[in-house]
Design a protein around this ligand. Structure first.
Ligand SMILES: Nc1ncnc2c1ncn2[C@@H]1O[C@H](COP(=O)(O)OP(=O)(O)O)[C@@H](O)[C@H]1O
Ligand SMILES: [Mg+2]
Length: 400
């Protein structure tokens, strides 16, 4: 039987480039090579696409042991994905449907001008499906998904709308609220309004919310640009920090209040039209909140699987996770994150991540492993779901 050719897309221009390399390295290590032929496709930090013809050799390296993988989060040289980025040849996905499914065209990049030239001598690289193991901007936000839609290449995960809606904390909350899901009180402010009228903006925030607050850029991830603001004196610096990253700033009521921290619960969702939820897990950050350092640099944060909840609370988390998935029109996979008020045990939906961290030791796969679906089978299921989604979409006609 002909093996399915799976393009693993990794790297990218986002701040989560290195995290993506680690996620991709784990996928290379675990994907069933008897069933799938793997085509590695890297996107450099500058946004250039590359693939490696001798990929088999580059990918032959063993997956990194867990502790090492974490220590090397900032060290791309440590992964086969990084080797592809360093040695690969330029390719692009032309934004139009090709006769033989997904086709990557070989291109040459002029190192001086970065101009692309067609290498007519080389053959095109075909793939049956692409697995975008990309996190954050230009990966998880609908942009890559849009390109793959134009090229008519099946892909793993959420489509354009679900990806974009799941990336934007302001739109996400609007959809959650419309679906009747519990979210914390928040205010959204445009960067331009903050710049023009900081006093009025401050008054508006203080009328609606009580300190401590969390101030976030609407579109980003990995806690970049997020501050916990304890009082009025810290508000301006929190707003300025968030304003560096997006034109919309989301200000939220801090769960846990002045004395306590929120409990952080996470649940993995998998499926298309009839998604399933995993057992919930809990994260105990090593810092005051789960900031960038606690996520990737510090070893002190703890994953508790399953989360210590009553059966009733676990079921609530699972049901809310599925409803959140459907509220943003997600497909494939998503990790849905919650904040629990420690005193009252009230559960709030925090956010949905449509391409969550995907190393073998990340929460998303670990929750599925604990729920009976091991990592390599999870990868297989995601590929099936991506193909199913593409087939389903084929039923649409686009004109009379
Ligand atoms: N409203 C809130 N109350 C308490 N803690 C919060 C709140 N919002 C965010 N946090 C803390 O900040 C972290 C990052 O916020 P989050 O909205 O998840 O951003 P990101 O998309 O970057 O992961 C959370 O994991 C949590 O530790
Ligand atoms: Mg988060």
């Amino acid at each position: 039987m002909k093996k399915l050719r799976v393009g693993i897309l990794f790297g990218g221009r986002s701040g989560e480039h290195e995290v993506s390399l680690l996620s991709a390295a784990s996928v290379f290590g675990a994907i069933d090579k008897n069933k799938y032929e793997v085509v590695p496709i890297g996107i450099t930090k500058e946004g250039h696409w590359v693939t490696a013809s001798d990929a088999e050799r580059l990918l032959a390296g063993e997956g990194l042991p867990a502790a090492q993988a974490r220590r090397r989060a900032g060290d791309p040289e440590a992964t086969p994905a990084a080797a592809v980025l360093a040695k690969g040849e330029a390719v692009i996905v032309p934004p139009e449907p090709q006769a033989h499914g997904g086709t990557l065209s070989p291109f040459e990049t002029n190192p001086a001008s970065h101009a692309l030239t067609r290498r007519t001598a080389d053959r095109a690289v075909n793939v049956d499906i692409i697995f975008p193991v990309l996190h954050g901007t230009f990966g998880e936000d609908g942009t890559i998904q849009g390109l793959l839609e134009l090229a008519d290449i099946p892909y793993v995960g959420a489509g354009v709308l679900g990806s974009a809606a799941g990336m934007d904390k302001d739109i996400m909350k609007a959809l959650f609220r419309a679906a009747g899901l519990p979210i914390v009180k928040h205010v959204t402010i445009l960067r331009s309004d903050w710049a023009a009228q900081p006093k009025q903006v401050r008054r508006r925030i203080e009328r609606q919310l009580k300190y401590p607050l969390f101030v976030k850029p609407a579109n980003l991830g990995s806690s970049v640009g997020i501050s916990k603001v304890h009082d009025r004196n810290q508000l301006a610096s929190g707003m300025e920090e968030a304003a560096k990253f997006d034109r919309k700033i989301v200000i939220e009521q801090g769960v846990g209040g002045r004395k306590q921290k929120a409990r952080e619960l996470e649940c993995s969702v998998l499926g298309n039209d009839h998604p399933r939820a995993s057992l919930p897990g809990e994260i105990v950050p090593s810092k005051e909140f789960y900031d960038y350092e606690a996520k990737y640099l510090d070893e002190g944060s703890e994953l508790i699987i399953p989360a210590k909840l009553t059966r009733r609370e676990s079921q609530t988390v699972q049901q809310l996770a599925i409803r959140a998935f459907q509220a943003v029109d997600c497909t494939g996979l998503a990790r849905v994150d919650f904040l629990m008020e420690p005193k009252t045990r009230k559960i709030y939906l925090n956010e949905i991540n449509t391409m969550p961290g995907f190393t073998a030791i990340s929460m998303y796969p670990k929750l599925w492993a604990a729920s009976g679906l091991p990592y390599s089978q999870l990868i297989e299921r995601l590929i099936e779901l991506g193909l199913e989604r593409h087939q389903e979409k084929k039923k649409n006609q686009y004109s009379r």
